[in-house]
Design a protein around this ligand. Structure first.
Ligand SMILES: [Fe+2]
Length: 307
């Protein structure tokens, strides 16, 4: 049912600083700003990232998944509920850049937004920027329930598994659009952008240092599942970004789903085990709001309007 991974919406403490970081490091451009919300892209889609200014409620607002059209959205509700999801209101419209959407909470409490009708914009000029928003990795307490929701509710297909600790799922040619990791509490592990090649990851690490004087967390190196290059660092508000290149393509590469051993080499083909900063980073789930959030429509957003 889901045809591609859309974007993520993150609460940020200082909208200008968060936008500046995404512009300088990732190469994002702002396509629209309204009511304390910034819509950013790196290609011809209206947005690949949403930043919501909120100095109080730290966390992510939703994980957005695209479906084909309005009919697919209308057909989704029963399937989402039957697979353990809880609807957060009905189908709504009015959000900038998209036609309509439906929000649902997964069995582990993660908040997904299914949407259709992404608007297009003039693509930014060629430059050292990400190609697209690629995947999202979440931490969950109940793997079995979340996997059922991904498979039967969202329509994702199995890609790889590492013992009982992690699994990777795809909805299109990319090896994974969603990944799950077993953890004590449900949080966002990281969100990821696609980059053209390994060299662009090095230049991104340079920009993290130049823009904020910060070190990266892990990488660059190569994962086993997905066979992609990776580089991890924190964004302006402490959510973890992964930059990827050479992510396996399921059909084109003839990728065979498999179960990997729970060994550090599985997730780092070249080097050492992940550092504690990687393992312990988690960005919380912001208080879920039902569909048609007030901030999306309000002419002058206030914190009261968000809550
Ligand atoms: Fe990842």
């Amino acid at each position: 049912m889901v045809t591609r991974v859309g974007h993520i919406a993150l609460h940020v403490a200082d909208l200008d600083r968060a936008v500046d970081f995404q512009q300088q490091v990732i190469g994002m451009v702002e396509t629209e700003r309204a009511a304390g919300v910034s819509y950013l892209t790196c290609n011809d889609r209206h947005h690949e990232l949403i930043l919501v200014e909120d100095r109080i409620n730290r966390g992510y607002e939703h994980l957005a998944m695209e479906v084909a059209d309005a009919a697919a959205l209308e057909g989704a509700a029963r399937r989402l509920q039957a697979s353990g999801g809880t609807l957060l209101g009905g189908i709504y419209d009015g959000e900038p850049g998209i036609d309509r959407a439906l929000k649902v909470q997964s069995p582990n409490g993660h908040v997904y937004k299914l949407f259709c009708g992404m608007e297009t914009v003039d693509a930014p000029p060629p430059g050292d920027r990400a190609e697209k928003f690629e995947h999202i990795s979440t931490k969950v307490r109940n793997m079995r329930a979340e996997e059922r929701f991904l498979r039967e509710g969202l329509g994702f297909r199995f890609s790889d598994r590492m013992g009982f600790l992690a699994s990777w799922w795809h909805c299109d040619e990319d090896h994974h659009g969603l990944a799950l990791t077993l953890a004590p509490r449900p949080e966002l592990s990281h969100y990821a952008y696609t980059w053209p090649d390994f060299g662009s990851l090095g230049r991104t690490a340079d920009r993290v240092l130049a823009a904020r004087g910060r070190k990266c967390i892990w990488g660059p190196s190569r994962h086993g599942p997905g066979n992609n290059h990776f580089l991890y660092f924190h964004d302006e508000d402490g959510a973890m970004i992964e930059c990827c290149s050479e992510l396996a393509q399921m059909q084109a590469d003839g990728y065979q789903p498999r179960t990997w051993s729970m060994h550090p080499k599985t997730i780092n083909q070249w080097g050492s085990a992940p550092p504690l900063r990687f393992l312990l980073t988690g960005f919380p789930i912001a208080e879920p709001t039902p569909g048609r959030p007030s901030w999306a429509m309000a002419p002058g957003r206030s914190l009261e309007a968000v809550r």
